[in-house]
Write a protein that binds this ligand. Structure first.
Ligand code: ADP
Ligand code: MG
Length: 333
């Protein structure tokens, strides 16, 4: 949409300078009224949007290069959860002013991740307003092979990828609620600002996983979506979940964080951008092979049960009361 000048640089100069590159795969990229993208025969388009709002999803002090990475990463994480291969993305930006340094850094973070996944930025919208970044990603998945939330079956193993809870740990340190040694904070902060979307794992799990979701609002909430969509329940070994916290592998920090905190961070921390998925027990070797192909660790954390509720068990197998809520923008602080 045409707008009055955004400071000294016009809207179109800004797009031209920071967001226009020759399309590598798309038939038509930035510059016309629409972009054009060919869809491969036998594939479904997988489409998803995620919006990042200053003060809600990121701090105003965040490094813009990291923000560019994260804005695209959280979207790619949704494609990963469906087992889709990313093809292209669109960027809708609302900016309070034109800051060429900020835009240059932001776009470099964005391009680096786009290049890593070999995808085109094919269009978007740019307007003046509070800082707000909305990305839409487009991917492809062979028809009938998409990983859905609704496919979990009783008896399935439940797995999570990578590490949980470290991003939330960094947030709590930023908020002044926790103190951790500097190296622990640096690696946790990296997890918060530079999440790795598990695209390769999602694709490797096609035909193996019965269901999947990505973990953005905390494991229990996102697993809860799978349970609801599939009409099943789950038994969770909480010690396995706590073991995915990367920061406790630091000797210096290991004894400082009690189990209750480890559980709060990993079960309901949020901002993890890992995958939670289920697969039949006879697929354990196939899951291990997918994990290897994708060079992404996976941890089995429990199994799918028939009753429609979620049971947490401690190391001795005793049922734990669960008070861990997932993040909700309209309910949580
Ligand atoms: P229209 O007026 O048809 O909506 P615009 O004038 O908003 O188009 O945008 C001109 C072109 O620039 C379009 O191809 C649009 O997709 C693209 N574009 C606008 N903003 C961005 C952005 N932030 N990143 C990438 N492409 C953009
Ligand atoms: Mg137009």
């Amino acid at each position: 949409m045409r707008e009055v000048m955004l400071g000294f640089m016009g809207e179109f100069d800004l797009i031209e300078t920071f967001f226009k590159r020759p399309a590598r795969h798309a038939t038509l990229g930035v510059g016309d009224d629409c972009a054009l993208l060919a869809v491969s025969p036998g594939q479904h388009l997988a489409i998803s949007s995620d919006m990042l709002v200053e003060g809600r999803h990121f701090l105003s002090t965040v490094n813009p290069r990291h923000l560019g990475h994260k804005a695209l990463a959280v979207n790619l994480s949704d494609l990963a959860a469906c087992g889709a291969k990313p093809k292209a993305f669109m960027l809708a930006l609302s900016l309070p002013q034109v800051d060429p340094h900020w835009l240059s850094e932001f776009s470099q973070g964005l391009w680096a991740l786009a290049d890593a996944h070999d995808i085109d930025l094919i269009g978007g919208d740019t307007t003046r307003g509070p800082l707000n970044i909305c990305i839409t990603v487009l991917g492809e998945v062979p028809a009938s092979q998409a990983l859905l939330r609704s496919g979990a079956q009783v008896g399935d193993d439940i797995y999570v990828s990578g590490h949980l809870g470290d991003a939330r740990l960094a947030l709590e340190v930023f908020r002044g609620n926790m103190k951790v040694p500097a190296p622990v904070f640096e690696s946790a902060r990296w997890r918060m600002e530079q999440p790795t979307p598990r695209v390769a794992l999602g694709m490797a799990l096609r035909g193996i996983a019965h269901s999947a979701a990505d973990i953005s609002d905390g494991l229990l909430g996102d697993l809860g979506h799978i349970l609801k969509a599939s009409g099943v329940g789950a038994e969770i070994e909480t010690q396995q979940v706590a073991s995915t916290l990367a920061c406790i592998s630091s000797k210096e920090f290991h004894d400082q964080l009690d189990l209750a905190s480890q559980l709060a961070l990993t079960l309901s921390g949020g901002d993890d951008y890992e995958l939670v998925f289920t697969a039949a027990p006879d697929q354990r070797e196939a899951v291990a092979a997918a994990s290897q192909t994708a060079q992404t660790r996976v941890t089995r954390i429990g199994y799918i049960s028939a009753p429609h509720h979620l049971v947490l068990r401690d190391a001795k197998g005793h049922v734990m009361p669960h008070t861990f809520a997932s993040f909700d923008h309209f309910k949580s602080a």
